[in-house]
Design a binder for this molecule. Structure first.
Ligand code: NOJ
Ligand code: CA
Length: 538
């Protein structure tokens, strides 16, 4: 669909034109030497965001929490964890972010609270508690075991027995993260109030945690077995979560969340949703009254293969409902880093892909310098997932290590002992060094972002695929008479690109190999192995 025909350029909103950057706050910048990143640390690094050219910062949870799941177990939705600072620090952060023309997106975790949240303490205190129905309490099944076969994502049954009141409660994640009952109107009201609290403070939107989990089957039916489950896969995947996630009524809840933000100007709701494309796009909602951006994780979940990715782009473009806005994500705090998944030799290709596809890109901190998964020993492991289901690569510590800022001790992240170790390579792989080197990955990111901002074809233009074979992926982005041709080589062998479909006379605007920038192109374009080109057609 061509947005330009329907919207005037001025109609595009910041979260459509812009670029989102995810900060994992524990690992971004420590300001007080305790080895854990904090809000003042983020404030100290605001110049970096401006230099890089991103538009919005999304910060993973910073609220009070026992940290069983590093902040995704919230004990108070309306305060700041002392590890990260206090409300004054937050107010200062939002003020400074806005003064620089940037936006701030918070993480909202509505599916579950911490077991330490007052709501849960009250709920578990007795069967007649006024908040009993705020969580999901059930009697044992006939054999005295859990009410059904549902599994926790983090290992074991999703049901925890409560001695005191002789019932089970449901937790999709840790037992320390009881799920809220979103069919209860009081729960809805309480969470909408939390949203108002932060929106009134001026936050520009929310990334909503596990949006597709929020409503469960009303009849609590058993999930079917997954015939494709193999040893070595997460035990959670031994069942297909047909009844525990993605229930039709979730869309009513999402629409209500949307109507909360609709009361404010230009705020955004981003949904964390791991679902196949045709299910994912339903989260845009009826008449576009769902999430503005249901996160599209297909660049993370698919093999790094030109054909698979080309197909996914086409399917996604084809499945998008009218008037909905696409988005793409290359990495996050839960999944292996792109530099490790696709290989270091592909990180520039990945950068060009992310920043030239149609739709809002989300970058994960550190990917822009090619940070890799860091090997974390069993002794150093922090992530509860790794501790519960050890040794099969589920742990997320390797992708949450401190940002590598420079070659000083601890990479400039902290003067104290970092909560997770930095890899040895921080002395050579760091922001400062790459800022000084025009041929670095970081410099490529910075140039790409600046060109994406300048070229309407890139930030709001249409997408036209150019069918290819083998390791090549190619497409055109077009707006107001300008055409940009993007050619990416997912393989290591040089190739030549030709096409009847497009004029190839142009000029290379951005290239993974800096020396090619500014060169002119003719009918046949030579492209090296692991190379990416952005060409302005003339
Ligand atoms: C998704 C978050 O991204 C992840 O880090 C967290 O562990 C789970 N949701 C549970 O909140
Ligand atoms: Ca700190």
């Amino acid at each position: 669909m061509n947005f330009l025909k329907r919207q005037t350029y001025m109609d595009y909103i910041w979260w459509q034109k812009g670029i989102i950057y995810q900060v994992y706050p524990r690992s971004f910048q420590d300001s007080n030497g305790d080895g854990i990143g904090d809000l003042q640390g983020i404030i100290n690094r605001l110049d970096y965001f401006e230099w890089l050219g991103i538009d919005a910062i999304w910060i993973s949870p910073i609220y009070p929490s026992p940290m069983a799941d590093f902040g995704y177990d919230i004990s108070d939705y309306k305060d700041i964890h002392p590890i990260f600072g206090n409300m004054d620090d937050f107010d200062k952060l939002i003020k400074e972010v806005h003064e620089r023309g940037l936006k701030l997106i918070l993480d909202l975790v509505p599916n579950h609270t911490s077991e330490e949240h007052l709501w849960f303490k009250e709920s578990r205190s007795s069967r007649t508690s006024s908040k009993r129905d705020w969580y999901l309490w059930k009697d044992p099944s006939h054999d005295g075991g859990p009410p059904n076969n549902w599994l926790s994502v983090f290992g074991g049954s999703a049901w925890q027995w409560d001695e005191n009141t002789s019932q089970y409660y449901y937790h999709a994640y840790l037992k320390e993260q009881p799920d809220l009952n979103w069919r209860n109107i009081e729960v809805q009201k309480a969470m909408f109030e939390v949203m108002h609290f932060w929106l009134d403070k001026g936050v520009d939107g929310f990334r909503v945690d596990v949006m597709w989990h929020m409503i469960k089957d009303e009849k609590w039916r058993n999930n079917p077995a997954n015939p494709d489950h193999k040893e070595g896969m997460s035990p959670y995947n031994s069942l297909i979560p047909s009844y525990s996630v993605d229930q039709p009524e979730v869309h009513e809840v999402v629409a209500k969340m949307r109507s909360v933000v609709n009361k404010y100007d230009d705020r955004v709701i981003i949904g964390e949703i791991y679902l196949p494309i045709h299910q994912l796009v339903t989260y845009y909602g009826m008449a576009q009254q769902g999430a503005h951006l249901p996160f599209n994780f297909h660049l993370i979940t698919l093999p790094w293969d030109a054909r698979e990715i080309a197909l996914a782009i086409d399917q996604y473009e084809g499945a998008l409902p009218d008037q909905s806005w696409p988005n793409w994500v290359l990495g996050n705090h839960d999944k292996p880093r792109i530099a490790s998944r696709a290989g270091l030799e592909q990180i520039k290709v990945a950068a060009i892909l992310l920043l030239t596809l149609r739709g809002t890109p989300t970058l994960y901190y550190g990917d822009e310098i090619g940070m890799q998964n860091v090997n974390i020993t069993t002794k150093e492991a922090q992530d509860p997932w790794e501790k519960n289901v050890p040794g099969i690569g589920l742990g997320r510590d390797p992708v949450r290590t401190p940002m590598q800022w420079d070659n000083t001790e601890n990479g400039g992240f902290s003067t104290g002992k970092p909560w997770l170790p930095l890899p040895e390579n921080y002395k050579t792989v760091n922001v400062k060094k790459q800022q000084e080197d025009p041929s670095s990955t970081l410099s490529l990111y910075q140039r790409l972002i600046s060109i994406r901002r300048k070229e309407k074809a890139l930030h709001v233009g249409s997408y036209v695929p150019i069918p290819q074979e083998g390791d090549l992926l190619a497409y055109i982005r077009k707006a107001e008479g300008a055409s940009l041709l993007i050619i990416l080589n997912f393989g290591s062998k040089p190739a030549s690109f030709r096409s009847e479909q497009v004029k190839l006379k142009g000029k290379i605007l951005v290239a993974s190999d800096l020396s090619k920038e500014g060169q002119e192109t003719e009918e046949i374009i030579a492209i090296g192995g692991n190379e990416g080109l952005v060409i302005k057609i003339i």
